[in-house]
Every structure is written in structure tokens, then in C-alpha cells.
Design a protein around this ligand. Structure first.
Ligand code: DC
Length: 219
């Protein structure tokens, strides 16, 4: 069983990916963390993305131990912004593509996988068994992200979080390689007025209805 979840920043796709995987006994990969890890490595290496050559970026991504614990900085707004910038670089996407597909094909516990990100249903796993696309109004997503960042000790204004989210969505949707897009066969959920449990319940219902055994003809 392979499930693809895509969506905008702070739409709830990470929480959905984690809870859905737990409920179904599948492994979960938050692919945004991979791009964040590259963003963090770019910062630590003091690489200038405007001038860095493709080979330097490729070496940086391929030399990265993605299984390490990157610490709380990975979830900061600065690294989120850097992740969105590195994610627009074709070389970076190509280097991460196989790692994501390998995880889906050989999940650690062997039962199946849930991957969440921006291009999972459209590019990484176009043949996934189920696809979801999740979105919510920008001000609601900014409120959620603002609370998350404050809980992590980041001192940041709501207006800054909102403008970062809008800017990030715009960059993610308009880049030339693998932009944020709903796959044509994805099931769409607007999480604006729903909490995490409600979103999870909608997904489970959808999966049940899709995988219900068909009644035999004539019965
Ligand atoms: O989901 P997130 O906020 O952790 O993602 C950080 C950035 O990584 C996001 O702005 C775009 C990029 N990303 C991507 O381009 N493709 C993915 N599959 C996942 C994330």
C-alpha cells in the first residue's frame, strides 16, 4: 500500500501523513524534511545559491546523511524558506527523487508507505494506490504555523508568517521542475474548518470506500 499526500505549507499534510501511517501500520516519510535538510546543509556550508554550481550542490546533497537527527533548527522558518529555494533547483530534486522512491518501494517495516510533500502524487509516485491533496485558507495555515513556531521558541510576528507562507506557496507552485500541483486523480480536502482528527477520518472513509469489495453481478 503506497499513499501519496501533497499540499500547501502548513495545510496539515505532515500530521495527516504521520497519523494515517500509524493507523494503517505503514512507514511515513515527510519529504519536506529532506529539502529542509538540504537547506540546512546549504546554510552550514555557507553556500550562495545564486552562484553555487550544480556539481557543488549535487555533492552536498549526495554527501548528506539523511538519517541523522538534524535538531529543532530544521523546523525553523529560516530553514523552511531555504528549503523552498533549494527545492526549485533541478539538480537537488533529481538527487532526492530516487531516495524517496526507494523508501516507498522498500519501506523499513515492509508493509507500505505514506509519503507527504508537494510532488508526490504527480512526480515521485504517480502510481500510488491512493492520493490526497490538502489545502486550507492562507490565514488559517499561517495561524497554525505561527502557533507551532512560537511553541518552538521562535519570536516571529503573525504578519511575517503569513507573508512567508504566501511567498513560499507562490515559489513552490511556479517553479519549472515538479511544481506543487494536485495530481488529477487526487482526493481533495480543504482543512480550513477541520481539525487533524476530522481530516484523518475523511481520509480513512475515502480509503474504505475506494477499497470496498465490489458486489458480484446479479447478487
Ligand atoms: O513541507 P515543508 O514545509 O517541510 O517543505 C519545505 C519546502 O520543501 C517546501 O517549501 C517545498 C519543498 N518541498 C518540495 O519542493 N517537494 C516536496 N516533495 C516536499 C517539500
Amino acid at each position: 500500500m503506497i499513499i501519496a499526500i501533497d499540499g500547501t505549507a502548513a495545510s496539515g499534510k505532515g500530521t495527516l501523513g504521520r497519523t494515517l501511517a500509524m493507523r494503517l501500520g505503514l512507514d511515513h516519510l515527510d519529504t519536506g524534511q529532506l529539502y529542509r535538510a538540504v537547506g540546512l546543509a546549504v546554510k552550514q556550508a555557507d553556500l550562495d545559491l545564486e552562484t553555487a554550481c550544480d556539481d557543488a550542490l549535487k555533492a552536498l546533497v549526495e554527501g548528506l546523511d539523511l538519517s541523522q537527527n538534524f535538531g529543532p533548527e530544521l523546523r525553523s522558518s529560516e530553514i523552511g524558506e531555504l528549503a523552498s529555494k533549494v527545492a526549485a533547483i533541478p539538480q537537488v530534486r533529481t538527487s532526492l527523487l530516487e531516495k524517496q522512491r526507494d523508501f516507498a518501494q522498500q519501506p523499513p517495516h515492509g508493509k507500505g508507505a505514506v509519503l507527504d510533500g508537494r510532488d508526490i502524487g504527480s512526480v515521485v509516485l504517480p502510481d500510488a494506490d491512493a492520493k490526497f491533496f490538502i489545502d486550507a485558507a492562507a490565514d488559517i495555515r499561517a495561524t497554525r504555523r505561527h502557533l507551532e513556531l512560537k511553541a518552538r521558541g521562535e519570536d516571529i510576528d503573525f504578519s511575517e508568517v503569513l507573508s512567508d507562507i504566501i511567498k513560499r506557496d507562490c515559489r513552490d507552485k511556479n517553479r519549472t521542475v515538479a511544481p506543487l500541483i494536485a495530481a488529477s486523480d487526487a482526493f481533495f480536502i480543504d482543512s480550513s474548518d477541520k481539525n487533524a482528527e476530522e481530516v484523518l477520518a475523511i481520509c480513512l472513509d475515502h480509503l474504505d470506500s475506494e477499497h470496498e469489495p465490489q458486489a458480484a453481478n446479479g447478487l
